[in-house]
Structure formats: structure tokens, C-alpha cells
Design a protein around this ligand. Structure first.
Ligand SMILES: [Zn+2]
Length: 311
């Protein structure tokens, strides 16, 4: 089994530890912030200034990171096209030349089974064109599909063992397993980060500013075909998320909070009074700055009908 050199792996471990620490207080990092990583007394960039595939030459012949840019206006589900028939994610070559240096770095990382970081854009720094990226690590390149100019990516160690020559039942089982892992490890965290970042880590209803107490709620649910785009999301604290899902509160297309009539007539304790009843008739207090990320009014209208029927 081919493996990376000790220095290479130590470098990668230290990158992961640094990212883990930085991500305790942020949803994502800019290219500038990702140029400030220090190892052995020197700063190293963890992503290129423009490109998607990167290596740190001093420590590796193989790529250290891959990157996918943010696309806010995507009407379709933004990540679907990168999933193959086996349920696993794909990452495209740079261009179509298999010997282009970036593609060779990817191949080397695959052959040496090196763990990489996958950076995915989740939004822009407010008022700028500067993208913010969420890191996912470790990921591995496990296979190459040269005809399609792409690599197969494992986002979990369990996806690295491939059923070679397996029968149809096993292949079908592996596919549904991969789909679940990709949803849980990749799509859901990206949706969460993008939504919570767009709301500046605050609840849309009450502005509670603790990311640990926030959820990315769907306006139209995943199971009903709701897209995983920010405009189909709301950053809500645990109480307001629960209340929204249970139709205790509704949000009309003009971004006003409504409390169910029966609840307005109930009197019981400070949480009910301050966290629920006093929100009635108030506009959402926190909204994304970018127009393309504000809650979709048609989706809210659809959802608000459900609330009104329940009320
Ligand atoms: Zn709240």
C-alpha cells in the first residue's frame, strides 16, 4: 500500500488541527485567511489565489486541497450533478489534459492515499465579492474516471473500501449507503453553513447570536423537493425552529411573524410570553444582505398556507 511520507502526513495533520480550531468560531474562511497557516515557522497557503486544486510543494508531490466555488443563483439543487451512479461525489480535473500539473497532483494524492481538504464556497463576505469557504476533511480521492475528466471522492473512511466484483445486491446496498453518507457529511452541513453564514449566525426571528443554538430550517422541506439553496432556508434558533415546524409560528411572504391564535390566548411563563407571543406581528429581525439569499416569497406563501390551515 502506497502512503505519503512522514513529513507530508504530519503537515496534513497539522493543517486539519488548525482548521478544526478556526472552525470553532466561524462558518467559513476566506482565501486570505487560508494563507495564514503556519508550519515549522513559515506561512503556507492552503488554497491557490484563483484555482481550485492546490498543493504545498515543500511537503508534498500530491494535492493538499480541492475547492468548489459558491454559486448563489443556482435554481436547481446545486450539488446533485457532482454525484455519480454509485452515490459518491465527483471532482473535475482542471481542464481536459490529464498531464496538466494540477491533475497530476490529484493523481499523486490518490495513488499515495493522502487525506485532503475540500473547500466549498458558502457565501460572500458582506458587501464584497470575496468568497468564504467551508473546509471538509479528511477526504480521499479513491478512483479516477479519465473519460469524464474527474476523480471519485470519499468523504468518509468507510467509502474508501470499494466492493470490487460485488453482486447487484451489494452494489445497490453500497449506493444507498453512499447517498446517506454524502447527504449527512456533505450536503446537509454545507446547507447549514451557507444559511447560518448568510444570517450572520443569528436567528431570523429573535437574533439569538449563538451558532450552537441555531438550525438551518427548510421553508419547503427536503422530502417535498425543496432545494438546498439559501433562499429556501431560514436560520432559526432551536425554539423558533421547533415552533415554525409545529405551526405555532408562521412567517408570511412579507417577512412578518404570526403566532397561532390559540397560542396568543394562552398565558404560561416567560418563554411563551417573550420568545413566542411578543414576536406576533414583528418583521424578521435578521435577513441575508444578498437579494438572491433572502427567503423566497413564493416558498414562504406556500408554507404560510399550511400554517393558516393549522391555525
Ligand atoms: Zn429565535
Amino acid at each position: 500500500m502506497a502512503t505519503g511520507s512522514i513529513d507530508d502526513l504530519a503537515f496534513r495533520e497539522s493543517v486539519f488541527a488548525w482548521l478544526r480550531a478556526r472552525m470553532l468560531t466561524a462558518e467559513g474562511l476566506t482565501r486570505q485567511q487560508l494563507s495564514e497557516f503556519e508550519f515549522n515557522g513559515r506561512q503556507h497557503r492552503l488554497v491557490g489565489t484563483q484555482t481550485g486544486i492546490w498543493r504545498v510543494k515543500d511537503y508534498s508531490q500530491g494535492a493538499i486541497s480541492i475547492l468548489t466555488a459558491y454559486s448563489p443563483n443556482e435554481a436547481r439543487r446545486p450539488y446533485d450533478d457532482s454525484v455519480g451512479d454509485d452515490g459518491m461525489l465527483r471532482y473535475k480535473w482542471r481542464g481536459t489534459d490529464r498531464m496538466f500539473p494540477d491533475n497530476v497532483w490529484l493523481r499523486t494524492a490518490m495513488e499515495r492515499e493522502l487525506p485532503l481538504v475540500w473547500f466549498t464556497g458558502i457565501g460572500y463576505l458582506p458587501g464584497t465579492q470575496t468568497q468564504v469557504f467551508r473546509p471538509e476533511f479528511p477526504v480521499w480521492l479513491v478512483r479516477e474516471e479519465p473519460d469524464l475528466h474527474q476523480f471519485v471522492v470519499a468523504v468518509d473512511a468507510s467509502q474508501r473500501a470499494l466492493p470490487a466484483g460485488a453482486d447487484d445486491t451489494v452494489i445497490e446496498f453500497a449506493r444507498s449507503y453512499n447517498e446517506r453518507i454524502v447527504r449527512q457529511r456533505h450536503h446537509q452541513p454545507l446547507f447549514r453553513s451557507a444559511v447560518i453564514y448568510a444570517y450572520e449566525r443569528k436567528c431570523a426571528v429573535c437574533r439569538l447570536p449563538f451558532a450552537e443554538l441555531l438550525d438551518a430550517a427548510h421553508i419547503k422541506s427536503d422530502s417535498e423537493g425543496g432545494a438546498a439553496k439559501v433562499a429556501n432556508g431560514l436560520s432559526l434558533c432551536k425554539i423558533h425552529h421547533g415552533a415554525f415546524d409545529a405551526n405555532i409560528i408562521g412567517i408570511s411572504p412579507d417577512y412578518v411573524v404570526h403566532v397561532r391564535h390559540s397560542v396568543l390566548e394562552t398565558f404560561d411563563g416567560p418563554t411563551l410570553q417573550h420568545a413566542i407571543k411578543e414576536m406576533h406581528g414583528e418583521r424578521l429581525r435578521q435577513l441575508p444582505a444578498a437579494r438572491s439569499e433572502k427567503p423566497d416569497r413564493e416558498l414562504l406563501a406556500e408554507r404560510f398556507e399550511v400554517f393558516e390551515r393549522a391555525s
